[in-house]
Design a binder for this molecule. Structure first.
Ligand SMILES: [Zn+2]
Length: 326
């Protein structure tokens, strides 16, 4: 039996820290959390924008890992001291592991991934979001010489933009409304950045492509309006990558999907098991210097300050990703 704190979203914009005692069963391990990161989707829930089938309270925290401190009597594959990534519950794919804004979490073995040799724990704990971004990069359809646009330069958008540039996009364009995020994208190899608050990104992309439109446009915001923007800046037959999670029904301008025979792609990994190989790939790309993740962690808070961390994320547009340390 171990005592642990656990972060709880009680109501929109209301976070509390609860305490509880947990005990592993014979097929589980107990993990002392190293760090967990706040997901963009959790900011949506914090703002009250969660899918209609969800009701509060919920326990967020699905990006992280730590060190095994206890193993169940039937566990032979893992031992105390092993460093692991824990694929904890997310709203749409419950896994069975405890939420990670905690001191300790219980996990069945199926939710664990070993931290590979040479990967530091801060990076390892980003396995879940990293895997989603890497999957999107490979499925984006970007080819050598393309004009490719990413709208929304949060953690995911930044990584996708880095990746598609390295995949061979001749012109990798980043769109956001926050200067610090645009500057970071520029430092990481973007050929052009557009502040959508200062100019119309659709017009600018059309101008840059002599009216033809981009080959690929990826929506990484989670907004119907931005999906429409991405469609409007595409060439005929262009690929519309939908990455952002649009949590509520929105209006989509389907007519241009037809008239421009666009190729829509939902860039999404179906389950936590499918994320593991992509995380592995992501670690390799980080090691090779193809992806850079360190500068994407802009803030760090202690678990007791989880409410303050969410408030910061909600109100400061310069936040890219926040680490929570127990
Ligand atoms: Zn996430």
């Amino acid at each position: 039996m171990v005592k642990t704190r656990i972060g709880c979203l009680e109501a929109p914009r209301k976070i509390s820290i609860r305490e509880r005692e947990i005990e592993i069963d014979e097929n589980q391990v107990l993990v002392k959390v190293h760090k967990a990161y706040i997901c963009g989707s959790e900011l949506h829930y914090y703002r009250g924008k969660y899918p209609t089938y969800v009701s509060l309270p919920i326990y967020p925290g699905h990006e992280g890992g730590g060190t095994i401190v206890e193993v169940g009597s039937k566990v032979s594959d893992y031992s105390v001291g092993d460093k692991v990534i824990v694929y904890s519950d997310v709203l749409i794919t419950p896994s069975g592991a405890d939420p990670l804004f905690s001191d300790y979490v219980r996990s069945p073995l199926r939710c664990l991934q070993r931290v590979p040799e040479g990967v530091d724990m801060d990076t390892a704990c980003q396995a879940e979001p990293l895997s989603c971004a890497v999957d999107a990069i490979y499925k984006s359809g970007v080819e050598l010489g393309d004009v490719a646009v990413v709208i929304g330069l949060g953690y995911m958008g930044q990584l996708i933009l880095q990746g598609i540039k390295k995949m061979g996009a001749a012109t990798a364009i980043g769109v956001d409304v926050v200067d610090s995020k645009l500057k970071l994208a520029e430092r990481r190899g973007a050929d052009l950045v557009i502040n959508a608050r200062e100019e119309d990104p659709v017009e600018r992309v059309l101008e840059e492509t002599d009216g033809r439109g981009a080959d690929v446009a990826i929506e990484a915001v989670g907004s119907g309006k931005v999906v429409n923007q991405a469609a409007s800046m595409l060439k005929k037959g262009g690929i519309l990558g939908m990455f952002g999670w649009v949590t509520r029904p929105v209006e989509i301008d389907l007519s241009q999907w037809h008239t421009k025979y666009l190729k829509p792609r939902v860039l999404k990994i179906p389950s936590y098991r499918d994320k593991m190989p992509w995380a592995e790939k992501g670690f390799q790309l980080v090691k090779q210097g193809i992806l850079e993740v360190k500068s994407l962690i802009t803030h760090e808070y202690r678990l007791e300050d989880l409410a303050e961390a969410f408030r910061k994320y909600d109100t400061d547009p310069n936040v890219i990703k926040i680490a929570i340390k127990p």
